[in-house]
Design a protein around this ligand. Structure first.
Ligand SMILES: Cc1cc2nc3c(=O)[nH]c(=O)nc-3n(C[C@H](O)[C@H](O)[C@H](O)COP(=O)(O)OP(=O)(O)OC[C@H]3O[C@@H](n4cnc5c(N)ncnc54)[C@H](O)[C@@H]3O)c2cc1C
Length: 498
């Protein structure tokens, strides 16, 4: 177990410091336990574990990849009650994983990681935290999450608004929406889940849309009790069902991102809009004018029907200003509201800007990423030895479960950590040339792909329009590349005496 130096020093020494307790950080902790490595600490700034599924408690919050696939392969859950589990059930699943694999004792709650500095002399990371406690580790693993820091748009005058304001990821459950006039800003993945839920309650819902998403019906339904029983009794059946689902989702990549099949998918979605949305003006407003797949494709069977409600007003003229009790649109119209809810997503490509991470020769991560964030396999950055990113640059997905990507990374990082924790390896630093070749390769694949050339602007792209978030291909290709860590990709320093 990790050693606390002394109460006054407020300093811990350990082999591995992990940051975060979502699928990434928790998964890393479990993998270390499974490998028989006990000397690690997990830092979590919140008071509980669970990441995305602890924070996002808005009405209707659920995964949009079937739960059978949106879970760890080594801890398949036969008890999912629905095809697409809701937030509470996924949160419970993560709690269960923490208990079953006995990682709770390793977690330090309420500890906010603020940065880290690599000490070449001792080949360790000195990790700093908001409350001044220091952690010294031979390796540092970031599982801080890609969709974690809420993004607020700059609405002129919002500081003078007298009503209630909150973000979907920080839902205020104490505020009763019943009978209220509510402005929802944004029509992304979270908004399309909570809009149908709150539309039933509120007196009036003004839904401010900048760009309509492509939406396909969500084939969600309860998992029959008999099937759950079968999964419990014959786990092999569940494994087979998961494998079949995996390949179906992989085929989705083909169906959406192949130009011809993409047109067919667009045609089907437009047909769905025609069927589901009654008002021709609303129908036109929710029909995207960019290629499908350019932004995340969303699944919902109740969002379009919610737009048919007489108390829901889709507004497309843009927010010009916020006044004490209203939102004013570009066309000068004033919409009186009691609350504003942001469904405006997260900081993604700038998510590391507030952390000070200093690698070899005093080089800051921000400087290394001045032209955009990149890492070898999304995991390792040259000049930052023994630092590993989970769900790092260009490892997000638009068509399958990111838990699959995270697990591929966990296995890859574990092979590096084994050597470090067992005292064989002092330092692994990915070669700059390897990192450069990898990134040239993926950027050339991404260059004319739908995310960049599809006629939209999305959170997949950084301020220079470069895609820093998406893995450009099938996930099995990523799995193949991360299955084995090739020592030749790294400058490796053996531990003294080895
Ligand atoms: C509402 C919503 C629905 C989603 N649905 C899907 C889906 O259906 N399918 C899919 O593939 N993906 C989905 N995603 C993406 C989702 O974020 C990932 O699937 C996954 O949960 C990411 O796990 P993570 O552990 O990497 O990050 P997170 O779950 O974000 O966890 C990060 C953890 O790190 C902690 N942390 C962050 N910074 C610090 C710090 N400085 N110091 C200490 N602790 C810190 C946070 O408190 C948090 O606990 C969804 C995302 C959202 C927001």
């Amino acid at each position: 177990m990790a050693q606390r130096q002394s109460k006054d020093q407020r300093s811990y020494r350990t082999s591995v410091v992990i940051v975060g307790t979502g699928f990434s950080g928790l998964g890393m902790a479990i993998k270390l336990k499974q490998a028989g490595i006990e000397d690690f600490i997990v830092l979590e700034k919140a008071a509980d574990l669970g990441g995305t599924w602890r924070d996002n408690t808005y009405p209707g919050c659920a995964c949009d990849v079937p739960s059978l696939m949106y879970s760890f392969s080594f801890e398949q859950n036969p008890n999912w009650s629905r095809m697409f589990a809701r937030q509470g059930e996924i949160s419970d699943y993560l709690q269960h994983c923490a208990d079953k694999y006995r990682v709770r004792d390793h977690i330090h709650y309420g500890v906010e990681f603020t940065g880290a500095e690599y000490d070449e002399a001792t080949q360790t990371w000195r990790v700093s935290t908001a409350d001044g406690t220091e952690y010294v580790g031979k390796a540092l693993v970031s599982g801080v999450g890609a969709l974690h820091i809420p993004s607020y748009p700059e609405l002129p005058g919002v500081q003078d608004f007298e009503g209630e304001v909150f973000h979907s990821a920080e839902w205020n459950h104490d505020f009763d929406l019943a009978g209220k006039r509510v402005a929802v800003i944004g029509t992304g993945a979270s908004a399309i889940q909570f809009v149908p839920q709150i539309a039933k309650k509120v007196a009036k819902l003004h839904l401010f849309q900048r760009t309509p998403p492509w939406i396909q019906p969500k084939p969600d339904r309860p998992v029959p009790e008999a099937l759950q029983r079968l999964f419990r009794r014959v786990p092999l059946v569940q494994r087979a069902a998961r494998a079949a689902l995996y390949w179906t989702l992989e085929a989705r990549y083909f169906a959406v991102f192949n130009k011809h099949l993409g047109k067919l998918s667009e045609h089907l979605s437009k047909r769905y809009i025609r069927k589901a949305v009654k008002d021709p003006e609303v129908r036109a407003a929710v029909t995207p004018d960019y290629s499908m797949g350019c932004k995340r494709i969303l699944l919902s069977s109740d969002y379009y029907p919610a737009l048919n409600r007489s108390n829901v007003d889709l507004v497309t003229s843009g927010v010009a200003e916020v006044r004490k009790n209203s939102v004013v649109t570009g066309d000068g119209q004033e919409h009186p509201v009691d609350a504003i809810i942001y469904g405006t997503g997260f900081h993604v490509t700038d998510a590391f800007d507030h952390l000070t991470i200093v690698g070899r020769d005093g080089r800051k991560l921000q400087d290394a990423w001045r032209n955009g964030m990149e890492a070898y396999l999304g995991v390792a950055v040259s000049g930052f030895p023994n630092l590993f990113f989970l769900l790092g640059p260009n490892t997000g997905l638009g068509h399958n479960s990111v838990v699959f990507m995270i697990e591929s990374q966990l296995n890859y990082v574990l092979s590096a950590l084994r050597g470090i924790c067992r005292g064989k390896v002092a330092q692994l630093d990915v070669r700059q040339s390897v990192q450069d070749d990898f990134n040239s390769e993926i950027q050339s694949e991404l260059g004319d792909a739908v995310w960049s050339a599809g006629g939209c602007r999305s959170w997949y792209l950084d301020e220079n329009g470069v895609n820093r978030t998406i893995w450009p291909g099938f996930t099995w290709k990523y799995w193949l590349r991360t299955r084995k860590l090739d020592p030749a990709d790294f400058e490796i320093t053996a531990a003294r005496g080895r």
